[in-house]
Structures are given as structure tokens and as C-alpha cells.
Design a protein around this ligand. Structure first.
Ligand code: SF4
Length: 457
């Protein structure tokens, strides 16, 4: 049995504070394996380095596990301030100084560039992929006195839905996140079968969907509700509305349970019937975050999105008909973007009624993606450009300054059209000060017929 100190390093609250689910499921797996676990969230501590150091010293761990959620904030306007690894390196150093125990890095960000991140942080070991099985196995090898390789890669097809650990929630953390964002998050499945050119999720979770039993998901929700009074959750599946319809089974199980949980999730614009949406709404769906990603057919094809803008429009209209708020996330300057497609895309966004649009400029280039190959082939990125620090793809056929001006002109005076991304954070902070919690963007939409669509900010 080992004493394991787990540290969630994420401190971003953009767009809202997100419960460290990865740490919670690894904590459960380690506890079930007989280890003594202490979970520490740096954000919850108020970024208290002295408090962190003394917590580590008091606990006297046999190993420290650091969870990395993001490398950066994927906002091309941010520069150095949106890059999170400087802080992660300082925390690694702090852990080393507070304890002689080995430091092990994990989390989704680590899995994207393990070698580079491990070297940069100066930690001892890293785990690529799911930690629930790999972390206890690594501890067992260390306890036997073996010298494991620096990076452990979880092998095989990954955990099955029933192997996935229930999150081990901590009261102090729940209180913080429910107070800050009104919700806690949960997964109903892992994996993504789609192949969007820029995305690393399939590399992190695999392309095969691994589904949890709907009853197991409901069991988690019931426990979260009974023990912590959690009544709002965000399902952090890569795509909630899977082509096989598992998501509908989850909704049916939720309705059958009689639990009164409000939930939201990431959706893909795919055909959905009014009956299916009504079922989701009855089960507690209160808002949809839609991975629209681009705003005309040429740029959707450039991202290999496998749907048309007409399908995104139809999905939006279906949600409006049932008064379900939708937020579209759209990136400009991706592959295939020209000034003509910028104009076409902005005109298309005008056709999306009663919804929020978060727009981004440029797309973060990450290893293992086709976007990297495209960027190199087009000469947008030199072959030897390191990717640890943010590098962005901008279509060579776009005048970026003119594109920004067109976007700002199109969105002017509309509080539900958000660009640049920092504008969204600023608006959310204002709403937080007024006592709003949860997604908050959903409060920017009114379904009252007598309300004007254009609202001056
Ligand atoms: S962007 Fe979404 S749908 Fe596309 S591969 Fe990534 S997770 Fe899957």
C-alpha cells in the first residue's frame, strides 16, 4: 500500500471552473487498489503554494501524481498568458522540494506530447492514456523495486465501460465547483469515432466508443445527488449524441430513475427528431454545446467534419423549437478558408436564430493530427517548429486582419455573438458577479417572442 498525493494543476476558470474528474476517477481506482490517497486541487486552494507544500509534507507521500488538463487555452490572441506549462513546471518543482517522492504526470494534456512535457516539467514518470489501471500498475512496479520506463502507455483497447472507475468526489472540491459553476461533470462513454483534422481526442481516448451502462451512469448521478446534493452536471463525453443512440438510453434511464438532475453536454450537429429532443429535455437537458466548428460547407469539409452547415442549422432550429439554448463553437481561418468563405460563413451564422456563437481565430496545431500535416505541406509551419508552445494554423488564403474586422463588424452590438474569446470570459465574469452560475451563456438567449433578437451590450 502506498500513500499517493494527487494534485490537480488546472487553474483556468474559462469559461467556468471545471471539476477535476480525471483526478477523481484515478483517486477511486487507487483507493480501490488499497492505496491511501489525498486529493489536492490547486485552484480550490486559491493557488496557495505554501499550503500545497505543507499539505505534501504533512501527508508524506510515497509518490505524487500531477494531473494536466490543458497545455494552453487554444486562443490565438492569448500569447504566453494562455500557456499553462510554466505553472505546471513550478508545481512539479514544488512537489519535488516538499517531498523526495517520485513525481508522476498524467492527464489529457500530457497524453498529447508526453516526451516533451515530461522533459519540460522535469518529472520522474508519466502515464499516457487512462490512469485507472496504469497508475496502480506503475505503483506496484515501483514498490517491487523495479525501474519502469519513464513513460507508461496504457496498452490494448482501453478500459471497458464497466471497468471505468466512479469518481471519488471530495466535499471541499464539490462545494467550490458547485459554488463557482453550479455543476460537476461526469462521463457516460469514452472515445470518439470521428476524424476532425485538428482534434487529439481520438488519440487520447481512442476511436472506438466504450459505453458505460446507462444504469451505472444513473447510479453515479444518484450518489452524487444523495451525498453532495449535486443537481446540475455536464457530460464531458467527446460527443454525447453518439451515432448508435446510447445517449438516448442514458436519457431513458434518467427519466426512469425519477432523479431531478439538469444536464448539458457536447453535441454534434447530426439529424435528430423532435421526439428524441423531447426525450432529452424530459430527462433534464437544459442546454446544448454544439461542435459546429466551421460555418460553411467548404470549411466544414476542410476540417473533415462529416456534416453540412444545413445540418447545423437544422439542429439549431430543432432546439429552438423546444426552447433548448444552443451555443455554437466556430473556428475561422481553418483549412479551405478564404475571404469568400469568411463572408459566406458570417452570413450563415446570421441564419442561426436564438443561439450563442463563440468564434475563434486560427486553430491550435497539435502533434498526431492531420492539421499538422496540412500546415507543413502548405508551408504554414516549418517542419522543425516545436509544438509545446502554441502554434496556430491560419489558412494562407486569408487576410487575418481583414477577417477579424469582418467578424467584429458582423457581431457588433450582439451580446450572443462572442469574439474575440476574451470577450466571452469578460461577459461571464460580469454575470458571475451578478450571481449567475452554470454555463451562463444560456442566459444570453431569450425564447420570449416579444424580445428583440439584437441586444446592445
Ligand atoms: S472534434 Fe469532436 S467529433 Fe471531432 S474528433 Fe474531436 S471529439 Fe470527435
Amino acid at each position: 500500500m502506498s500513500k499517493v498525493f494527487l494534485l490537480a494543476t488546472n487553474t483556468t476558470t474559462d469559461p467556468y471552473p471545471v471539476y477535476p474528474l480525471g483526478m477523481a476517477v484515478v483517486a477511486r481506482a487507487l483507493t480501490d487498489a488499497g492505496h491511501e490517497v489525498r486529493q489536492f486541487d490547486f485552484l480550490v486552494s486559491g493557488r496557495d503554494t505554501a499550503g500545497l507544500a505543507s499539505a505534501i509534507k504533512r501527508f508524506a507521500p510515497d509518490c505524487v501524481g500531477l494531473s494536466l488538463r490543458n497545455i494552453d487555452n487554444v486562443d490565438s490572441f492569448s500569447g504566453e498568458s494562455g500557456w499553462y506549462l510554466t505553472q505546471a513546471r513550478e508545481l512539479t518543482q514544488l512537489c519535488r522540494e516538499a517531498s523526495g517522492a517520485p513525481v508522476i504526470i498524467g492527464g489529457p494534456a500530457f497524453s498529447i506530447m508526453p516526451e516533451e512535457i515530461l522533459d519540460y516539467l522535469g518529472a520522474d514518470f508519466g502515464i499516457v492514456g487512462e490512469g485507472e489501471k496504469a497508475f496502480p500498475e506503475l505503483l506496484a512496479r515501483l514498490a517491487r523495486g523495479e525501474q519502469p520506463e519513464r513513460i507508461t502507455r496504457s496498452s490494448g483497447p482501453g478500459l471497458t465501460g464497466s471497468d471505468m472507475a466512479q469518481p471519488l468526489l471530495v466535499r471541499e472540491l464539490v462545494d467550490f465547483y458547485v459554488g463557482g459553476s453550479g455543476m460537476v461533470n461526469l462521463q457516460t462513454k469514452r472515445g470518439c469515432p470521428f476524424k476532425c483534422v485538428y482534434c487529439t481526442y481520438p488519440c487520447i481516448e481512442g476511436r472506438v466508443l466504450r459505453l458505460r451502462e446507462p444504469e451505472a451512469v444513473v447510479e453515479d448521478l444518484a450518489r452524487m445527488n444523495a451525498e453532495f446534493a449535486i443537481d446540475h452536471v455536464f457530460f464531458t463525453d467527446s460527443v454525447f449524441n453518439d451515432p448508435g443512440g446510447h445517449y438516448l438510453e442514458v436519457a431513458e434511464a434518467l427519466i426512469k430513475s425519477g432523479l431531478n438532475i439538469k444536464w448539458s453536454a457536447f453535441f454534434k450537429p447530426m439529424p435528430i427528431t423532435a421526439g428524441e429532443l423531447a426525450l432529452l429535455k424530459r430527462s433534464g437537458l437544459y442546454a446544448v454545446e454544439l461542435g459546429t466548428d466551421a460555418s460553411c460547407d467548404a470549411t466544414l469539409a476542410g476540417l473533415d467534419k462529416s456534416f453540412s452547415f444545413a445540418e447545423a442549422l437544422a439542429f439549431n432550429q430543432a432546439c429552438v423549437a423546444q426552447e433548448i439554448p444552443v451555443a455554437h463553437f466556430v473556428m475561422f481561418a481553418g483549412p479551405g478558408e478564404t475571404m469568400d468563405t469568411v463572408r459566406e460563413g458570417l452570413a450563415n451564422l446570421e441564419r442561426l436564430e436564438q443561439c450563442v456563437v463563440f468564434a475563434f481565430s486560427g486553430i491550435r496545431i497539435l502533434p498526431g493530427t492531420r492539421l499538422l500535416d496540412i500546415a507543413r505541406a502548405q508551408g504554414v509551419l516549418a517542419d522543425d517548429t516545436p509544438l509545446l508552445k502554441p502554434a496556430y494554423y491560419f489558412s494562407p488564403h486569408v487576410d487575418v486582419q481583414a477577417m477579424h474586422e469582418a467578424m467584429l463588424t458582423s457581431f457588433a452590438g450582439r451580446r450572443e455573438r462572442i469574439f474575440p474569446p476574451s470577450e466571452g470570459q469578460a461577459r461571464m465574469e460580469v454575470m458571475q458577479r451578478f450571481g449567475y452560475r452554470g454555463l451562463m451563456w444560456d442566459k444570453l438567449i431569450s425564447f420570449r417572442k416579444d424580445k428583440p433578437r439584437r441586444v446592445k451590450t
